[in-house]
Design a protein around this ligand. Sequence first.
Ligand code: ISE
Length: 334
Amino acid sequence: MERLRIGIIGCGAIGKDHLSRIRNEIPGAVVTSIYEINSKVSKSLEQEYSVQAFHSGEELIDSNNVDAVVIASSDETHEKYVLKCIEAGKHVLCEKPLTPTRDGSRKIIDAEIAGGKKLVQVGFMRRYDEGYKSLKRQIDSNYCGAPLMLHCSHRNKSIPGFTTKIAIQSSASHELDICRWLLNDNYKTCEVKFGKNSRHSSEFLHDPLLLVLETAKGILVDIEIFVNCQYGYDINCEAVCEDGVLKLPVPSSVMVKHAGSAAGIISCDWKERFLQAYRDEIRGWVSSIISDQVNGPTAWDGYMVAVTTEALLKSLETGKKNLISDFEIPEFYR
Ligand code: ISE
């Protein structure tokens, strides 16, 4: 194969970043095709990047000029496009969450298993972040003893229009995946708690939320989701272990001492905070396809997050702690 020919479905937000990233930073790949529902955006990208703009995601997937597909369209469209890629036998990198529902992700893993070949990678890019990678190395080394608890917080400056359900399906999906990966464990129970709402929340949004989960090994994980925290994009993770504590490194910035204050800068943009992770994710995905493999987070990982999300949404409805089942990994994904 000369250069891997990639088609991107959904070029509104992160999809457009993937487009310029592949063009400027990945010599082994080229974006040949896009499908973007907004025709104005589609037209301008077609010209700017000299790509072919399709009228539907399905046509793009079927095109002979596309070897592999990136899906960055709205969450509820992921299922149909991923299933179509599996049917077409094409590798696909699907943004998180794999699907907003458990059933949708189940259909994907069933289809992938039936097809007999791993083709799906899920865009849980934090697994490529240097900070999370070194945190995992420390946990795995057992230097501080076994992990007992994880305290996490996920704060966005402000996301207009978010509901509690979307905050759990979209924002929390990163946390659910990364904690499971860090601990090499599955969740057994989960609960959603909320108390006083921020004055910046709306009638459809409890903000902040607290998710409390227990893993099969008995490790407690608490996750604060605060989507209108006002001050920046702030991601924290602390592992409390038997003999010490491990903290996710925060991105460093210049300390500015001026006019009676000393302050560092905190980014407000999640794409910027995880820039290196996104780069390495795309690079890793492209090179794994060249060797016809999936080395990153699989459809099974996406399914595990969807299962947990559904259990959290049930807890939100009932106010009770919920049991999580179905975490026996099929042989195909081992
Ligand atoms: C968004 O989709 C992301 O991926 C961000 O990392 C997350 O912080 C944000 O809450 C999501 O909506």
